[in-house]
Design a protein around this ligand. Sequence first.
Ligand code: CTP
Ligand code: MN
Ligand code: MN
Ligand code: MN
Length: 388
Amino acid sequence: MEPSSGATVTTVKGYACQRRTPLQHHNTLLTDALLVLAENAEFCENEGRSVAFRRAGSVLKALPQAVRKMEDLQGLPCLGGHSQRVIKEILEDGKSREVEMMLQSKQYQAMKALTSIFGVGVKTAERWFREGLQRHTDVVNSGYKLNHTQQAGVQYYDDLNTPVTKAEADAIGQIVEEAVQAVLPGAEITLTGGFRRDKLTGHDVDFLITHPEEGKEEGLMPKVVSWLEARGLLLYQKTNTNSYLESTDGPARPSHNMDRFERCFSIFRLERPHARPEQHPQATCEEQPQDDDSARERRASQSPGWKAVRVDLVVTPVSQFAFALLGWTGSQLFERDLRRWAGQEKHMSLSSHALYDSKQNRYLRASSEEEIFAHLGLEFIPPAERNA
Ligand code: CTP
Ligand code: MN
Ligand code: MN
Ligand code: MN
């Protein structure tokens, strides 16, 4: 298509794993709006629609400049009619009516609040909303029976919804390192997830654990968890043992995207570095003396000397490490498109364990991410540019 005069034409590839997507980009007004539509579609359990809006936003993140007029979108992939309408509205009026209304809607707000409780998915949130619950405090007051995970989610709600900083991630890393060295000297930990993509904050901290000698890592997770628990460092943990070996469907046919490593979803109790000592009532003579509700509330919300932080730990045999590293670094859309590229363009099947070539009927080995990209016929994209 010939661009009309003045249009900035940029070529953007159709799969996120073919593009470089930095953390900072030039179209946040547009991508924030598309993200709201994607979330809303997710709340309506329409995954296809949600992914479509995410893809549209992701393409805009990869552009080298801000979109100023509709012609700038010429030739760009993944921009459906709905996304284009919303972009047009924002370019013309500075905002989208549809998105503004969604942000105001009770349902969107409730779904957002309820799904931000650790352990609460869209289905549960939907049911609770229909039963009249709107925020996490409503859940506490409802007297509903919560599972172990949701109890932790409600109990540590404020901390878990406060972004984890890089400094906190590093502090957690030191604890994990100490735990791992104590139970298996020579084992190695690697920070993955958003922090490996150079994000400054995250909703959790993700680590891979391996040992250079294959097999040495077996049974490591329960030992690490025990070490942490014995020191009172875990507020919550749910450990899954490795089911990869016992499973009948190998990596050639991953039935779902969840990998099957030894893994632990946990909540750490992280000491705050410069926690102020609890204030004495006498010390605050300016304050009203009576012990009213608001005073009690203030004290209750005063941060204790520690913070609850979500941490994901995954143990991998060293032979699968590169696949696990690629699979856990994200972003989620980047991972989704890597697997889609492998299947649709290369007749291969990629998981966090292995890469299977259906044409050659064999697994392709790799000991680095670079080798996996090469097997897939893709240019290597460094982690910091996988923020699709
Ligand atoms: N992942 C996975 N299986 C899960 C959960 C996550 O393979 N059950 C992968 C995701 O594909 C993602 C990576 O692990 O690429 C990290 O997931 P997550 O921690 O949810 O997201 P981050 O990108 O780290 O972003 P955040 O900062 O919000 O944690
Ligand atoms: Mn993460
Ligand atoms: Mn996340
Ligand atoms: Mn995670």
